[in-house]
Design a protein around this ligand. Sequence first.
Ligand code: ATP
Length: 649
Amino acid sequence: MRRPSYRSQSPSVRSSLSFSNLRKGRIRSGSLSESSSRSSSPIRSVSSSSDHLLPPPTYGGTNRHESFGSPRRQEPYSGIISVVIRLKPNGGREMDPWFVKDEKTMQNADYGEFKYDHVFKTGCNNVEVYSQTSKPMIDRVFEGLNATVFAYGMTGSGKTFTMAGTDETLGLIPLSVAYLYSRVMEESLQGESRFEITVSYLEIYNEKIYDLLDCENESKSTTVSGSRMFTQAGIRGSKTPVELKLREDSKYGVKIVGLTEKRCESSDELLKWIRIGDKSRKTGETIYNTRSSRSHAIVMIRLTKTHLKEGTSVSSTLSLCDLAGSEKAVTHNERRKEGAFINKSLLALGTVISKLSAESTSQRNGGGGNSPTSHIPYRDSKLTRILQPALSGNGIVTTICTIDTRPDASSETLNTLRFASRAKNVSLHVFRKPLLPSMNITNGVAEEKDKAIMNLTRQLEEQQILIGKLRDNTGSLPSESDYESTGVVDNGTSGRTVSDPNTNLVETENKFLKYKLEHCEKLLDKDTTDLRDSEIAEIVDILPVEVGTLLETKFQGIESQLRQYKEYTRTLEQKLAEAEKQLRIPQLANIGYESTNMTDCETLSELRKSLERKDRMIEALQSALRLRERALKPLNGEEVIVNAKEEFY
Ligand SMILES: Nc1ncnc2c1ncn2[C@@H]1O[C@H](COP(=O)(O)OP(=O)(O)OP(=O)(O)O)[C@@H](O)[C@H]1O
């Protein structure tokens, strides 16, 4: 389907919803009503007058948000995944096998009734869907809960129409963004809170995660082609997108390493980023949809609210997901491959939902469901891994299942409705996030600061483990005296009966070195090494003295570790030179070394390669030192410049 351009709405949104202006106190309450009354765009009218335009949430029978009580209470929210069904317009056909019985029930002559929180008839518009799904969730986001809305359904059934909308009809994403900023404006005007909003946008295509806001790559592609290059399928033509990795994270559950987060001062800015991301999203033609989304796309909007008086902050995320549609096998090769990945990941999601549903039933019946030991196969796909925090109680969830009621889509519709029924049965026990002292989350760079501290702590822990392992393997960490010893090391892998002190020692040491270097590379997390000086400066600017001191202690530890590596590397270089010299001595051939010359050469070349890679260690050292020097600046009042590379040599 044609994707929406949010540009037409932007001027009025920009004029009133920039909270840099709010921070600076430039907006008076009068200006809000003035600008809203002038604008006629849908996004404007929602953002400025949402409360009287939109009815309160009514779905779900009971008010499942009641248990939240005061936003400060740390009680769990117990509820179910909210599930709504949306029918695609059927052109007035009356013979469709699926029809709406009432506002909560779908019916089919063969399969009977299916009950949900709400069923949106074919005539309903996106504003109605938004007002009953994402709008009430955004209110919870302001209370510190994470919220996830995902659209699920067969290809062509209206997921993108619902989530993104079109040029003529705004979807849930722009409507939600507008409401989010209107609430930010309202609350900021009361002067008690300060807000910050960031956006990330990713897609999962063929089981790989890509950053849709990776602007460095975007601009590279622009430079190469003169204008942005997209293939027929919408894929960037000139760049190789970088696949992002997932990592377990104690704070976020599952974390996408290196995902771009853009700070947005206004709804206009945020929608601009989504528009940029949309251009890179993979689309292609299927039988049911000429512009079908071939990837799962997730917009993540993080809201950080700081209570100015209490000095506390809470950060929560609204995730809006437009999943790729399930489909039958198609003939086009590329589509078939994509379709297989899509179906596989949707199957994984279905399985996770089934298991969660079965557990919830068993729990409601007094069984031991949802125990921490029960296995939910989140790891079966990237989609389920990314949704894992949401589905396992880290937030509230609403599923919008879109269906096509025509006869030839009947089996797909049945699958969707069954998925929806299982999802509706899943119980959630959501805890609101604790309020943190605001120094931890005062602005966008707080994330970076936390990241840096976390990385450093992790590096230290991992290095300690490594040292322990090396000690276990060798009896002690390699030291100068170790290298001077002439003891024979036979690790049983060379198959030699004749022990050569030099070669064996070099081999063994090479193994250690490789192990260490691999480990160091792992430690050189992109998050840390890619920090630019300006970013470090930004982080350090907001560092309180205690954190500076803590960092200093950590850096000293890291420096000492790196000094050990430095010594070790230097000694290995000497050993390498010696071993090379010996290999060149022809007499060695006479004492049984002919058969092992090749191995020795390979070993030496590997060792050489390993040594070349020590530059990366130097980078780490440089990065650590830079951070430290910046961290020390507020303590010492002056900057000390250390050239780590020089020091290394
Ligand atoms: N509720 C609706 N009202 C009007 N048009 C709709 C509605 N739902 C879908 N359509 C139209 O149907 C077509 C397919 O919709 P859409 O692209 O949203 O499907 P999809 O579920 O996202 O498909 P895919 O999974 O293939 O990406 C589009 O032209 C869209 O405008």
